[in-house]
Design a protein around this ligand. Sequence first.
Ligand code: FAD
Ligand code: SF4
Length: 342
Amino acid sequence: MKKHVFIIGGGVAGAEAASQLVKMGFDVTLAEKETQIGGKLNQWDRLFPSKRKAAEVLDFINKNLVDSKARVLFNTEISKISKQNGGYKIYAGIEECTADAILISTGYDVFNARIKEEYGYGIYENVITSVDLEEMFRNGNKIFNSNKEEPKRIGFVHCVGSRDEKVGNHYCSQVCCVTAVKQAMEVKEILPRAEVYCFYMDLRMFGLQFEDLYRESQEKWGVNFIRGRVSEAAENIDGTILIKVEDTLAGRPLKMKVDLLVLMVGFVPSAGTTEIGKMLNLDLTPENFLKPADEHLDTSSTNLKGVFIAGTCKSPKTIADTFADARAATLKIKEFLEGSEK
Ligand SMILES: Cc1cc2nc3c(=O)[nH]c(=O)nc-3n(C[C@H](O)[C@H](O)[C@H](O)COP(=O)(O)OP(=O)(O)OC[C@H]3O[C@@H](n4cnc5c(N)ncnc54)[C@H](O)[C@@H]3O)c2cc1C
Ligand code: SF4
């Protein structure tokens, strides 16, 4: 009898793990609450660092998953999980499945920018998020403000919902600095005459080629970087946005009018991650992501035997790191199911 692995969440992490586990000889069922595989990747247009189309990566994971013949349940959420005969019984939609191991890959949500009331997201039409801007890119690079005019000056606000005591999120979301730099360059490609400003606290360009993107954004595209936190945004009568910033390099307060303000929203644990964590009574990190059994030696297992985690349900990550993490989790699951775990 083949051992059965049940995967919850079909983003990059869950889809990649499913194809790999089938290759290893296991039966795999993947439950995804939406109607498609790929998670957040479906919302992005071009990816850092190379600016390749997100659709290329999506095609890769979809093809691998279809070829693997893993069983995929779409539109399916989990209502209950109980222990049974050394394994688990999972109530998934209208089905009841048994599994020898569970992999949780329920990902992240982006921070709800409405919580930062001082920026006016959801109130002022010309305040948008990085997710909204990706949608504009996907819809044929149509960047307009609420008056259907091309914006002449655009501001990007870093660290929205991250590194912010006020909202209780102290951690860095890792990918929003490089996403801001990528998006700022894309805006300049589409609107070469627009002035683009990034307002940052520190620039965390940690990956290979990220620093090159930062340089390119200034040298080739003329993107301006101002170190300082935007304290508030207010709408002018013509719909433009007045922002107040403390320029911490120049040591003086600054006021600027922009036609479009883009909030770089950070990562929070997804609602699905929190829900499954509670259902199984899994240990959480202080930031409320799912906690690995050991921060160095075993980042795929949890406090519950036979339950594993992969991807951004445990911390913010790039796509490359999510792929690597999913593959690491499959090796740990294989060890567990074959009884070779130390
Ligand atoms: C604005 C922005 C731009 C980005 N651009 C890039 C980029 O250019 N390059 C890059 O490397 N990274 C980028 N990232 C990061 C990238 O999105 C993540 O690395 C990647 O999506 C993580 O994949 P995941 O599978 O862990 O999570 P997710 O993509 O969140 O997938 C989780 C899946 O689980 C499903 N799910 C959740 N709960 C349940 C449940 N209870 N039952 C069933 N299914 C459930 C969800 O529907 C989803 O399909 C960006 C992030 C942001 C915010
Ligand atoms: S990656 Fe940059 S924008 Fe995102 S939280 Fe960290 S410092 Fe802020």
